[in-house]
Design a protein around this ligand. Structure first.
Ligand code: ZN
Length: 380
């Protein structure tokens, strides 16, 4: 039951194959590190008798977090007649939305929630309810980001357009000098950009960043538009039945700012920090110096591994190294897998990167933004 042999490989586990416009990076095929790691993790599940997915605590956790989302929405829309009641409920709603993303949608999108496909699909579709698109996320996050983390031009997550420079291989503009100050606020607007711009633009252009992707058809297209319709009804239509439109828009923006900052900062602490590397292909062939698994370790950083409250709230996203190596394993197992990954990294001469606390990660992200915004001469 606990064998990993029935589990797709980390790459194929991403469910969709990247189809880039330009030469895709090719990783070194000799991967003793990955083989040793897989064997040890398989032994862990055999020894403990645990299942990599369908963890009972996940079902309880999902009920609590989704319940918090529903309760905060209903109370905010229908039972908060005064601003001092509405404001904390709006904050709780923004945090609940991020919590659904971290804990339910992300595992479902990776097929890590359950062995049953329909449960994963349902979990992943919470993103459609939240105004995004589970179909486009599966391409953008599972395929492009997870296969090519921190490779400039291939990982869409490190491309925020002209407003920010997150990689040393991106062009530096004058305004980036202040990005360590303004970027934190810009993160807040990302959900609004998803809702109104990104998904529709991807649908029209058939591209996510530099990569082409197969546009959704049939049920997938219906879910995408159906999700948007339900979301806009919940976000604007229903509240406008009982509140002025200006109040609804204000609270929508505030809740999204909270969700956007929390989501973005947590994901940025894993890759856009001083401890992470930003490798590029050796030449035009696209060949990388490292194997796929070694690349995940070089480009990913854990944080606050001993903070159990944070691990619970963030859906194990403070263990992103483990997540990138085993995206199809439920996040509830990551704290137990971390020592196995750290030990194997040491044996294979790889640096296992970890910031001891959340604040240490935030400080590292701040320094990275500031360094990327400086002229090269200023960084020495
Ligand atoms: Zn992921």
């Amino acid at each position: 039951m606990s064998s990993l042999s029935s589990v797709p490989s980390a790459i194929s586990g991403n469910l969709v194959t990247p189809s880039p416009v330009c030469n895709p990076p090719k990783f070194e095929s000799n991967d003793g590190f990955r083989n040793a790691l897989r064997q040890r993790v398989e032994e862990y599940f055999d020894r403990t008798g645990l299942n990599p997915r369908d963890c009972p605590q996940m079902y309880l956790k999902s009920t609590l977090i989704f319940g918090c989302f529903v309760a905060s929405y209903v109370l905010l829309v229908f039972f908060a007649p005064v601003w001092w009641l509405a404001l904390p409920l709006m904050v709780l709603l923004g945090l609940s939305l991020a919590g659904v993303g971290f804990n339910i949608q992300h595992d479902g999108g990776h097929g890590a929630y359950s062995d049953r496909r329909w449960i994963n699909r349902l979990s992943a579709m919470t993103l459609d309810l939240l105004g995004g698109s589970s179909y486009i996320w599966a391409r953008k996050h599972n395929a492009f980001h997870h296969t090519y983390p921190n490779i400039t031009g291939h990982d869409d997550d490190i491309d925020v357009g002209i407003l920010g420079r997150l990689s040393p291989h991106q062009k530096r503009l004058r305004l980036h000098r202040l990005q360590h100050v303004y970027m934190w606020l810009l993160y807040g607007f990302l959900p609004i950009k998803w809702h109104f711009v990104d998904d529709f633009r991807s649908l029209i252009t058939g591209r996510i960043g530099e990569h082409r992707f197969a546009r959704p058809k049939g049920w997938d297209l219906l879910i995408l538009f159906g999700g948007k319709a339900v979301f806009f009804t919940l976000a604007f239509g229903v509240p406008m039945l009982v509140h002025p439109w200006s109040t609804v828009v204000l609270f929508y923006v505030l809740a999204m700012l909270i969700q956007g900052v929390v989501l973005s900062v947590v994901f940025q602490l894993a890759h856009c920090v001083e401890e992470a590397e930003f490798p590029m292909p050796r030449d035009e062939s696209g060949r990388m110096l490292s194997s796929w698994a070694a690349h995940q370790v070089q480009t990913t950083v854990d944080f606050a591994p001993r903070n159990r409250v944070l691990s619970w709230l963030l859906g194990g996203l403070n263990f992103q190294t483990e997540h990138h190596l085993f995206p199809h394993i439920c996040h509830a197992h990551y704290p137990a897998l971390a020592p196995i990954v750290a030990q194997t990294c040491e044996e294979f001469g790889l640096t296992y990167r970890v910031n001891p606390s959340f604040l240490a990660g935030v400080a590292s992200h701040f320094r990275w933004l500031r360094r990327m915004g400086m002229k090269p001469a200023e960084t020495t």
